[in-house]
Design a protein around this ligand. Structure first.
Ligand code: GLA
Length: 499
């Protein structure tokens, strides 16, 4: 090849390479809108991806009515992958492709198609209201034991309405749940309508008369709970209590609510995470000022070590985890995330690894028995999340196991921690009578033998009686020990009472 030809080849390769390079970095900078569902209050949900780009590097944020996350990642050819900036995760939070001026993105299991946004798509972020100075909110001595009841979110999500709540109230009585201690009937997100010019937050058409509904639930010997957020929007995108804390608290009290779940969600738009304590205190003060004893349940997924300051804002329980799913891995992840919060649990202050999935159909009966056993051993709130109108006998036998409930509700209020040996995990909970409850979870995929040696347990005095709380039998010790075969993902749960 002549020198001239050689140079021409080099130039050609560089030019082609450059144009490939351009193709390899399609331009994503700008705002993209992904239309979502119509909310029950008539508003349009949407997600905005607001991106900056330098070569293949992308930064920006994803924001919807109700939640937002910083994102960062890269694009190659037309494919891009974005990770959340607030947590380290091995897998991208969002993957997408760009073609013909449209973006196709997948996150949280859903695929959405979007286009360049216009100004009217913008999600308007209200001005920041300075959080109050810190001071302790007085405790009125609620929730001496972990709250028990039912919550609409896990199964019904936005399909909850007045009729379903009334039917659930009836079923909580006829099924025996109420008499077993499940007394709170909690309406989660999607009850909200629009806020009017006087600042009154109305319900949407699914809940025509909240006061009448609360009266009905009370007439059944139950208590009733409601949901909001300290941000401008709830996680589902509905109007929330930002700037209207006192007004909303008064309205919840006037309607007759006994429990408030207060979910961080869009509060992250307007406040820094460090303000979280003061922001939750604001609603704690507002609830106290109503004069109605309202159990205060924080939902901020464990941010800023909530277990260390929850009681100071007047709260009685707080989520320690992300949302549970009806799957073994999710359930076990949540209980392991809950584990380090153990030293902070006690009467009036409970760590909440999220609501129960028992009876929702995606775990085996052994896995559901493990689920409620672990919630009981960790003194977690027991908020059922299934359809209590149509429970199978098996689901009833799990949720209504009074001996397991007694472990959860034990007056000492201790939260067990796990110790793993091979595939077996032991959780020991000291009880008010000086005895203990011990659960041995088989994490493995095959049956395994679990052994309990009484001398290893922190019993005050000596062991009087050993009961298996799932077979409901007294078991006999052999040389101070007991062993049993535990099915895959099942649990042996013993209660050893003290002399
Ligand atoms: C968050 C909470 C859930 C539920 C939904 C409602 O995801 O963690 O428990 O309340 O919001 O939108």
């Amino acid at each position: 090849m002549s020198r001239i030809h050689f140079r021409a080849w080099i130039v050609a390769i560089v030019v082609v390479g450059l144009s490939w390079g351009v193709a390899a970095c399609q331009e994503l900078a700008g705002k993209w809108v992904f239309p979502g569902e119509k909310l029950h209050n008539g508003e349009q949900q949407r997600t905005i991806l607001d991106l900056n780009q330098k070569g293949a590097e992308i930064t920006g944020q994803i924001i919807a009515l109700g939640w937002a996350n910083g994102v960062k990642g890269t694009i190659h050819d037309s494919h891009f992958e974005l990770f959340r900036t607030d947590v380290e995760e091995p897998k991208p939070f969002l993957v997408g492709d760009v073609a013909n001026g449209e973006l196709r993105i997948t996150f949280w299991g859903g695929t959405h198609v979007g286009h360049k946004a216009s100004a009217q798509d913008d999600i308007v972020i209200p001005a920041q209201i300075a959080p109050p100075a810190l001071h302790p909110v007085a405790s009125i001595g609620q929730a001496k034991t972990p709250p028990m009841g039912w919550n609409s979110w896990n199964l019904f999500a936005d399909k909850i309405d007045d009729k379903t709540v009334r039917e659930m109230a009836d079923a909580m009585v006829t099924s025996g749940l109420r008499d077993a201690g499940y007394v709170y009937l909690n309406i989660d997100d999607t009850w909200e309508g629009l806020r009017d010019e006087k600042g009154v937050l109305h319900t949407n058409s699914k809940f025509p008369d909240m006061k009448a509904l609360a009266d009905y639930v009370h007439s059944k010997g139950l208590k009733i709970g409601i949901y909001s957020s300290p941000g401008p929007r709830t996680c589902g995108g509905y109007p929330a209590s930002y700037g209207f804390e006192e007004q909303d608290a008064k309205m919840f009290a006037a309607w007759g609510f006994d429990f408030l779940k207060y979910d961080w969600c869009s509060a992250g738009y307007v406040y820094k995470d460090e303000a979280i304590h003061a922001v939750y205190q604001k609603m704690g003060d507002a609830l106290l000022a109503t004069g109605r004893p309202i159990v205060y349940s924080l939902c901020e997924y464990g941010l800023q070590k909530v277990e260390t300051w929850g009681p100071e804002v007047g709260a009685n329980l707080w989520r320690t985890t992300d949302d549970i799913r009806d799957e073994w891995e999710s359930m076990m992840t949540n209980i392991h995330v809950q584990a380090p919060t153990a030293p902070w649990a006690g009467p009036g202050r409970w760590n909440d690894p999220d609501m129960l999935e028992v009876g929702n159909g995606h775990m085996t009966a052994d896995e559901y028995r493990t689920h409620i056993t672990l919630w009981a051993l960790t003194a977690a709130p027991l908020l059922a999340g299934n359809d209590v109108r149509t429970m199978t006998a098996e689901t009833k036998s799990i949720l209504l196991n009074k001996e397991v409930i007694a472990v959860d509700q034990d007056a000492l209020g201790k939260q067990a921690v796990p110790v793993k040996v091979g595939q077996l995990e032991r959780w020991v909970k000291p009880l008010a009578d000086g005895g203990v409850a011990i659960g041995i979870v088989n994490l493995g995929a095959a049956p395994a033998v679990g052994n309990v040696e009484i001398k290893d347990l922190p019993i005050q005095g000596s062991a009087k009686q050993v009961r298996d709380l799932w077979t409901h039998q007294i078991v006999a010790l052999q040389n101070g020990a007991y062993s049993a075969t535990i099915p895959a993902h099942g649990t042996l749960l013993l209660r050893i009472s003290a002399k």
